[in-house]
Design a protein. Structure first.
Length: 320
């Protein structure tokens, strides 16, 4: 393994409501290594995006970090003041959001977005030099230089998403968090986008946390996979062993639910039930009401995340 870029220790995120507290991220620990793509996968509402926003301390009220540490460049980000975090965002940790149309200012040209990003973090760079860098950047992303003066609505969805990648690359960030980056793209543009992201990752040795519910995207891009369920980390493994032999029943259920043209059966397997109410979660393992292999112990004791095979972690009593 290369050196760690990001270390998350026992992170918890709460959303207080008038009927109780929602624990959206529950005691999660993860390490992201330099040059890797870590895929973060799970059903909607499992806490993936909340974890990504917590890393950048961008949680919207009433969300708050209830405990844990986020260590980046040997500093606990939870101990930094707002100005220090502002300097860190973009320059060292960047984020690619789900829908670029809602993230790009419709009143600013693309050049304004890129030049502003560069000059905010590198004020010594002249506007002319920043524009030159912006031109080179979008050219690397396969966008013609003359489109730099277009407004966001004049670009296609795929081009807008490339601009979002460009904003993340503009300052050579040490870590990029990609939150559902293909959600707004059709399948053809999505394939082109994934090819571009793979190429950029190889060329620039990017470190990426890829947040998605799309198992196919995870298989295409990730080196390791972290599976979340109901705010908890339930499995962590290299991508090929995880797809070949998933250990946690939830991971197995996710993979079995994906359409596969090589299936001989005429119907898909589906997981019964729904994710739990996080205000009143079930006791024991949160997955036990849906688990086909649940035991009596699963209903009363919550399993810890532990290494059950070399390089593979799971939170399941089956491996006790």
């Amino acid at each position: 393994m290369s050196e760690p870029v990001l270390q998350i220790h026992n992170l918890s995120v709460d959303y207080p409501t008038h009927v109780g507290v929602v624990r959206a991220v529950d005691d999660v620990s993860l390490t992201v290594y330099r040059g890797e793509v870590l895929g973060l996968v799970g059903e909607s509402g499992c806490g993936k995006s909340t974890l990504g926003m917590a890393i950048l301390r961008l949680l919207r009220p009433p969300g708050k970090i209830a405990g844990g540490e986020i260590v980046f460049d040997e500093h606990n980000l939870l101990g930094l003041d707002d100005e220090a975090m502002r300097r860190l965002r973009g320059a060292h940790i960047s984020m690619i959001f789900q829908d670029p149309m809602t993230c790009l200012n419709p009143l600013q040209r693309i050049s304004d977005h890129v030049v502003e990003t560069i000059r905010t973090h590198q004020p010594e760079v002249s506007e002319q030099e920043a524009r030159r860098q912006a031109t080179e950047l979008i050219d690397r992303l396969g966008i013609m230089a003359e489109r730099l003066d277009d407004y966001p609505h004049q670009l296609s969805g795929g081009m807008r998403q490339r601009i979002m990648i460009g904003l993340a690359l503009a300052l050579n960030a040490d870590l990029i968090i990609a939150d559902e980056p293909t959600t707004s793209l059709d399948v053809i543009v999505e394939a082109q986008f994934l090819d571009l992201l793979k190429d950029l990752q190889r060329r620039f040795n990017l470190t990426i946390v890829l947040i998605t519910h799309n198992i196919g995207v995870i298989a295409e891009l990730s080196d390791r996979v972290a599976v979340m369920y109901a705010g908890k980390l339930v499995e962590l493994a290299d991508v090929y062993p995880l797809f070949d032999d998933p250990l946690h029943p939830y991971t197995r259920g996710l993979l079995n639910s994906v359409p596969n043209i090589s299936l001989t059966e005429d119907h898909l397997q589906i997981m019964s039930g729904s994710p739990p109410d996080l205000i009143n979660p079930p006791p024991g393992c949160k997955f036990h009401p849906r688990c086909p292999r649940a035991m009596d112990r699963c209903r009363v004791e919550e399993p810890p995340v532990k290494e059950v095979q070399p390089g593979r972690w799971a939170a399941c009593w089956l491996y006790e």
